[in-house]
Design a protein. Structure first.
Lengths: 417, 84
């Protein structure tokens, strides 16, 4: 466990207290959960994923394995690696436990799949030394889940995440606003928030390789290169990030996707899977009390080509048939190649709160009846599992896919983001 | 390493002390398997009544997944993980 120099003494909190953000990142999340569940995997290189690596253990990373690498490439580098398809609902349970510890500590927590930002601004009087409080949090998470997390403390989200990244795994570090410029100076430019592959390529072509070198470029130059995001880069390479920690009650998107057990060209199978995925995604949206405006369908062909298209509903809706009708129409327009499909997925996004949208007056009675019907469905599914009610095209999957209390056992289930 | 589904209700001896439940032994097809270690435990709170899951190592060295459904306090043996 490594620690960066911490400030001595505790400043009195007040309205002008320096913001303090704690970034909590679960180390090699999926692979670590699998190693907790199966002790014989501990100390061995473990890969979770199908097609590509979704997560791999630190033992696997020693062989050069990384998330996003294809499985054939991974097996070539590390033939002894144990490959697992993964258990999405188990990971969700572990993540919730970790985030519950974060919520015990911080008044505002923003969570993602395997990481959380906790706003600790003004909590020094409650927690005392925040580096020590973060150490207690790490201990509590380890005791209750068996998972290690890396914690970074900083004056903003970007610095908290970056300082944690420097001490992974099982690390703890802090950087203050005064230390930010020195801390960032030699970091690769790709680590600056907002510098993706394309921008990094542009910057490298200009011989800009580190955050320190990026600082040399005037704001106007960065704006001309990248538009308004260029101005953000000008701030961020100086360690300034104004994004706040917000409890995301509404997710950015709800995605449900899976690869087929065998690549397929059968329309009935593809439409059946899309029907099932739409049902799962709509149920999650109803549980959260939100309705999507946008429905996207994503396909991955057996030859690795991908196709994706997003379309808008006339009115936001969380009703399975409404979402499915648009998804099927999109599928018909998208699935044009004479190549088998490896994967199909559906993403709902652009949400409004249920009841906040304006509907057509005469449709409201029908919408109310439909909402009552789906509430009844959801209630039955809550008690007996999603698979207890299967409708329409998804019936085609019955007998073809294994089922558990969560419904059909998908090959590569994804999670709400 | 592969997981074989079992998916059967199972009789479990468990310790409920200290506000936490810990399986001690389970009976599968007439034979008692003593739990030598609880490897991991997690709770699924999505269903109305939470499901409590346990990964346990039995005396034989095999790793089983047990589940306690809190709605009716029924234990299920979900699966066993086999080497190879």
């Amino acid at each position: 466990m490594a620690t960066a120099p911490a400030r001595t003494g505790t400043p009195p909190p007040g309205p002008c207290a320096e913001p303090i953000i704690l970034h909590v990142d679960i180390d090699a999340f999926f692979a670590s959960v699998e190693q907790r569940r199966e002790p014989r995997l501990r100390g061995r290189p473990v890969i979770v994923g199908t097609g590509v690596i979704a997560s791999c253990s630190y033992e696997a990373r020693r062989f050069g394995l990384r998330a996003g690498m294809t499985l054939p490439e991974a097996k070539r580098l590390c033939p002894q690696a144990v490959v697992l398809e993964g258990h999405a609902h188990v990971y969700r349970c572990f993540a919730e436990k970790v985030f519950a510890h974060c919520r015990d500590m911080a008044p505002a927590v923003e969570t993602y799949l395997d990481e959380a930002y906790c706003d600790l601004t003004g909590t020094e009087r409650l927690h005392g030394d925040l580096l020590e409080a973060a150490r207690r949090l790490k201990r509590a998470i380890l005791e209750s889940t068996g998972l290690t997390v890396t914690c970074g403390l900083g004056p903003n989200r970007m610095l908290a995440k970056l300082v944690g990244k420097a001490v992974k795994p099982d690390g703890l570090a802090r950087v203050t606003a005064a230390e930010a410029e020195a801390f960032l100076r030699d970091l690769p430019v790709e680590q600056v928030l907002g510098v993706g592959h394309a921008r990094a390529k542009t910057l490298r072509s200009m011989n800009v390789r580190t955050a320190g070198e990026l600082r040399v470029l005037p704001a106007g130059t960065l704006e001309r290169l990248f538009g308004s995001p260029g101005l953000l880069l000008h701030e961020r390479c100086r360690g300034r990030d104004t994004a706040v920690v917000s409890e995301r009650e509404v997710p950015f998107s709800i995605s449900r996707e899976t690869s087929f057990h065998r690549d397929t060209t059968q329309r009935r199978e593809i439409e059946g899977m899309l029907d099932y995925l739409a049902g799962r995604a709509c149920r999650t949206a109803r549980e959260l009390g939100i309705r999507p405006r946008t429905v996207a369908v994503r396909l991955r062909y057996a030859d690795g080509e991908s196709a994706e298209r997003a379309r808008s509903l006339p009115q936001p809706s969380d009703a399975d048939p409404v979402v499915l009708a648009l998804a099927l129409d999109t599928l018909a327009r998208l699935f044009t190649r004479r190549v088998a499909l490896h994967q199909v997925g559906l993403t709902l996004s652009n949400f409004v709160r249920a009841g906040a949208e304006q509907g057509a007056l005469f449709e409201e009675r029908e919408a109310g009846r439909r909402a009552a019907l789906y509430r009844a469905f959801d209630s039955v599914r809550d008690s007996f599992g999603h698979g207890v009610i299967i409708s329409g095209r998804a019936l085609h999957l019955k007998g073809r896919l294994a089922e558990d209390e969560h419904g059909f056992v998908l090959r590569t289930p994804s999670l709400t983001k | 390493m592969r997981q074989e589904p079992i998916d059967e209700p199972v009789a479990v001896r468990a310790d409920f002390r200290g506000g936490a439940v810990t399986p001690i032994a389970f009976r599968l097809r007439g034979r008692e398997h003593r739990v030598v270690r609880v490897n991991a435990r997690w709770v699924d709170r999505v269903p109305r009544h939470p499901h409590f899951y346990f990964s346990v190592t039995a005396e034989s060295g095999d790793v089983y997944q047990l589940q306690l459904q809190s709605a009716d306090l029924v234990w299920w043996l979900d699966s066993v993980t086999l080497e190879g």
